[in-house]
Design a protein around this ligand. Structure first.
Ligand SMILES: Cc1cc2nc3c(=O)[nH]c(=O)nc-3n(C[C@H](O)[C@H](O)[C@H](O)COP(=O)(O)OP(=O)(O)OC[C@H]3O[C@@H](n4cnc5c(N)ncnc54)[C@H](O)[C@@H]3O)c2cc1C
Length: 369
């Protein structure tokens, strides 16, 4: 039969993905899946899109993420407008006398810096608004006995009613504390990195737990800052209302990120410490690889497509998580089983070079792209 006369595919319903979590990984997956012909619903507990919400600091987008985002939104020039160049990767040590030592400097870094909310708004605004269920708190899910469909239960926060949403695929983009990951790994432990960050924004962000701090701790922070930071930065710290502490966590890489018709993406798949500047780039790449695998193998071969996604992303993400963990410990001067603690005053060229983001495994080289 002439393929142009075969109209059967036109009546075939589109496969449907339910994405839990509407942050960077969730909206990226929505783009990648819509692009390859899927219907998408995004379940997000926040009551409304975080438009203009100043929460969050900064993200560094690598060239591939920039290209992918441009291809999803169709407006690479707009991404350029909302980001600033992060052209140099500079590692320097400042000792007590305020003298600086450059440890490593990469002039060809070629990243762009984005405010979390600008990037989110950019990705979100290019999606159909009706695919989002805001104010829906994901509660649980069940996979059908033939493994072909999945049912998601969520609490509608305004009414406290329970809503049910069916789909062919469940995409877990519910972040570092993912309930969906806990379903498969009930005993998984988050791992304290051994260090904290002082922050001046509100709410729990990324792979960190916020803690209230005493006045005494804040005074000690100011004293330490006077010794080691540039005066402008000390001033910013002094003017920040209610600074607080983030204890930084990650998780050991999991053995799987795919089961039946359930897939983990973003921080739900691989919570990581910030030292490889990867978590957002990983989320964007997870979405793109998932889209490519679904496109290549078709929704009728969902199991094979998800297995391929896992075989591509899990080894890469696992290495990057462990690398970030290692660099974090080195930068904090903490010991590692195979090396003494890092001393910026005596470190050799090789030790300093590994502080660069260029040293991250698979930097600039991503299987499938
Ligand atoms: C407001 C905000 C600001 C951030 N700012 C920065 C930053 O400045 N720098 C940086 O490096 N990283 C930041 N991050 C983290 C960064 O987005 C992630 O590390 C990375 O991009 C991976 O994103 P993710 O979508 O996998 O996870 P996350 O960004 O953590 O998103 C998870 C999403 O799932 C939703 N969710 C969780 N549980 C449920 C549930 N039960 N029901 C429904 N929805 C649920 C959350 O509300 C959230 O929107 C921020 C995250 C958020 C949410």
């Amino acid at each position: 039969m002439n393929p142009s006369h075969d109209l059967s595919h036109q009546n075939k319903p589109k496969p449907k993905a339910v994405i839990v979590g509407g942050s960077i990984a969730g909206v990226s997956c929505a783009h990648a899946l819509i692009l390859v012909g899927w219907d998408v619903v995004v379940i997000e507990k926040s009551r409304r899109p975080p438009k203009g919400n100043p929460t969050g600091a900064g993200l560094a987008l690598d060239p591939l993420s920039q290209e992918l985002i441009g291809s999803w939104t169709g407006h690479p020039e707009l991404l350029h407008d909302i980001t600033s160049p992060a052209a140099i990767d500079l590692n320097q040590a400042i000792n007590d006398e305020k003298s600086r030592k450059i440890l490593a400097r990469d002039e060809n870094f070629n990243h762009r810096a984005a405010h979390w909310s600008s990037l989110h708004d950019h990705l979100f605004s290019a999606l159909p608004p009706e695919i989002f269920l805001w104010g829906h708190l994901f509660l649980s899910f069940s996979v059908s006995s033939d493994k072909r469909s999945v049912k998601i239960r969520a609490q509608v926060l305004d009414t406290e009613e329970t809503a049910e949403v069916d789909g062919d695929l469940l995409v877990a983009a519910d972040g570092w504390n993912s309930l969906i990951r806990k379903h498969y790994f009930p005993d998984i432990k988050r791992r304290y990195s051994g260090y904290c960050a002082w922050r001046g924004v509100l709410d729990t962000i990324g792979n960190s737990v916020t803690m209230k701090v005493s006045d005494e701790m804040i005074q000690k922070m100011y004293q330490d800052a006077e010794k080691i930071w540039h005066p402008t930065f000390v001033q910013v710290m002094r003017e920040t209302k209610e600074p607080f502490v983030n204890a930084i966590y990650d998780c050991d890489p999991p053995e799987r990120i795919v089961w039946d018709n359930v897939v983990l993406v973003g921080d739900a798949a691989h919570p990581t410490t910030p030292h490889s500047s990867r978590s957002t780039n990983m989320s964007i790449l997870d979405a793109a690889v998932l889209g490519r695998c679904l496109e290549k193998l078709g929704s009728e071969n969902l199991t094979a497509a998800l297995e391929e996604y896992q075989s591509i992303r899990l080894p890469v993400a696992s290495k990057q998580v462990l690398h970030a963990r290692r660099v974090g410990r080195i930068k904090q001067g903490l010991e590692l089983p195979d090396r003494k603690s890092f001393n910026p005053n005596t470190a050799n060229w090789e030790e300093c070079e590994m502080l660069q983001l260029r040293a991250v495994p698979f930097f600039g080289h991503n299987p499938l792209f």
